[in-house]
Design a binder for this molecule. Structure first.
Ligand code: FES
Ligand code: FES
Length: 141
C-alpha cells in the first residue's frame, strides 16, 4: 500500500479518524478495564471491553490514548480487531499483528506493544471481576 512520509496510510487514517474513542463505567460488572503505560515514552492507553455473558464475546470496546500517533492508531485498530472475539482469542493478539497491519517502523514497535498490554490487562481485569467466566469459556468451546 501507499507510504506517505514514512507512515502507512492506515496509520494516518486511524489517527485522523480514531474508531471507538470513549469510556465505560469502570464499575460495570460486564466491563474489563486495562490501563497501561509505555516506560519508553510515558504514553498511556486505557482500553475497556464489554463482554456478553451469554456467548463470552466482546460486545463493545472503547479506548482513550494519551500518546503519539502510532499509539492512537494502534488502539483504534485494536478496537476493530477485538470486537466480536472471545476473550481467549483477544488474549492471543500480539503487538506484531498490530504493527504489521499498520506498517509501523521498528522505532514505533513499543506503541503497538501498548495495545497488546492494554487488551491483556482489560481481559485480566474482567476475569478478576467475573472469576467464574473462565470456566464458562472453556466448557463453551
Ligand atoms: Fe509522537 Fe509519533 S506522533 S512519536
Ligand atoms: Fe510511546 Fe508511541 S512513542 S507510545
Amino acid at each position: 500500500a501507499v507510504q506517505r512520509r514514512g507512515y502507512h496510510e492506515k496509520v494516518l487514517d486511524h489517527y485522523n479518524n480514531p474508531r471507538n474513542v470513549g469510556s465505560f463505567q469502570k464499575g460495570d460488572q460486564d466491563v474489563g478495564t486495562g490501563l497501561v503505560g509505555a516506560p519508553a515514552c510515558g504514553d498511556v492507553m486505557k482500553l475497556q471491553i464489554r463482554v456478553n455473558k451469554d456467548n463470552g464475546r466482546i460486545d463493545d470496546v472503547v479506548f482513550k490514548t494519551f500518546g503519539c500517533g502510532s499509539a492512537i492508531a494502534s488502539s483504534s485498530y485494536l478496537t476493530e480487531l477485538v470486537r466480536g472475539m472471545t476473550l481467549e482469542e483477544a488474549g492471543k493478539i500480539k503487538n506484531t499483528d498490530v504493527a504489521k497491519e499498520l506498517c509501523l517502523p521498528p522505532v514505533k514497535l513499543h506503541c503497538s506493544m501498548l495495545a497488546e498490554d492494554a487488551i491483556k490487562s482489560a481481559i485480566s481485569n474482567y476475569y478478576t471481576k467475573n472469576p467464574n467466566s473462565r470456566a464458562t469459556d472453556l466448557s463453551g468451546t
